[in-house]
Design a protein around this ligand. Structure first.
Ligand code: HAH
Length: 332
């Protein structure tokens, strides 16, 4: 497998991507270049990274990642323009700490989206225009966020129009987690259907894909792919990982990954990728949320400082059994 490439092995079906950051493009550079043909900036294109203060943008770290990608012929996704997290408080509150009214919020949203999307016009092939707008529980479709409260339900439509005005070639995505849960799936379906019915320029649904060993349900994944595809939009798996912990497990003292659980993880990765290849006609990319187990967001989520091993390469950047499975099953 020394010279093999995961992205090349799956090139007949879809792009294979990884979330990278301004450190891992150096520390994990060779691995990224060998195995992936799409990247997403893990944090560097979020609102708080690009637009910390009202009057200035800081594109340097995000640009470094784009330069890295471009110089190696790797495509880049944009993540993310409108979200309730990792957004500075000046966006929602004025100098006196009062909630900004709708017109001001829309002005800020428009200014931000225009600046960012134009900066990357024709360099970024798709944008997660809105991230995580749908409520996890209750009957309401939209999560009670400052965007909803201060702009109103049309904030998503507005965001997609602003993005479209700025780059009418980029594919514009709605992105969310727990997207395979049947109840949340139907909410996401209805939301995107409504936007499409209104003629809003929305081209795809990003399914994050943060799975856990004991709750991942292949039937639910398949049903979600079918349901979203029935809308006639493109699909991507945007943030795939499989935590070695069960959903309710809060232990913190595991020092090294249990080989039995790594084998189960390989089974699940194998089944997922096999399923994904069946959806190649609608599925454009499958992106892992990180490169190797030594640097991944699950070391701090949902339990801060707890080591996890969710990816395809181990802490020494060596292939895990899961990666071998992905190669074996396509005969690469
Ligand atoms: C994702 N949220 C975000 O899209 C991504 O930007 C971030 O780096 C990691 C994961 C997943 C998530 C969360 O952050 C909080 C609760 C549930 C799910």
């Amino acid at each position: 497998m020394g010279k093999a490439s995961l992205a090349k092995a799956y090139a007949p079906w879809f792009k294979v991507g990884a979330a990278v950051n301004h450190r891992t493009i150096k520390s994990h550079g060779p691995l990224i270049v060998q195995h992936f043909n799409s990247v997403t900036a893990e944090n560097e294109m979020k609102f708080e990274s690009l637009h910390k203060r009202p009057d200035s943008f800081s594109f340097d770290q995000a640009d470094d990642i784009l330069d890295f990608a471009t110089s190696h012929g790797i495509a880049m996704r944009g993540h993310t323009l409108v979200w309730h997290n990792q957004t500075p408080s000046w966006v929602f509150l004025d100098d006196q700490g009062r909630e900004r009214p709708r017109a001001e919020m829309l002005g800020i949203m428009r200014y931000h989206i225009h600046a960012v999307v134009k900066h990357y016009q024709s360099k970024i092939y798709c944008w997660d225009v809105v991230n995580e707008a749908v409520a996890d529980s209750g009957d309401e479709i939209l999560r009670p966020s400052p965007w909803l409260k201060q702009v109103g339900e049309d904030y998503l439509a507005q965001a997609f129009w602003y993005a479209y005005e700025s780059d009418n070639q980029a594919a514009l995505y709605y992105n969310d987690y727990n997207e395979t849960d049947p109840i949340k799936r139907e909410k996401i379906y209805r939301l995107v259907k409504q936007l499409l019915d209104q003629g809003v320029p929305i081209h795809g649904i990003g399914m994050q894909g943060h799975f856990k060993l004991n709750t991942i349900n292949l039937d639910h994944v398949k049903a979600a792919l079918d349901r979203y595809a029935s809308l006639g939009v493109r699909l991507q798996i945007t943030e795939l990982d499989i935590s070695l912990y069960d959903a309710d497990d809060r232990t913190t003292d595991v020092k090294s990954p249990d080989p039995d659980r790594l084998a189960l993880q390989a089974d699940r990765y194998g089944e997922l990728f096999a399923l994904f290849t069946e959806y190649a006609s609608v599925l454009d990319a499958v992106t892992l949320w990180g490169v190797a187990d030594d640097e991944n967001w699950l070391d701090d989520f949902p339990v801060k400082g707890r080591k996890d091993w969710p990816l395809l390469f181990d802490g020494e950047h060596q292939p895990k059994v899961a990666l071998k499975r992905l190669f074996d099953q396509v005969d690469a």
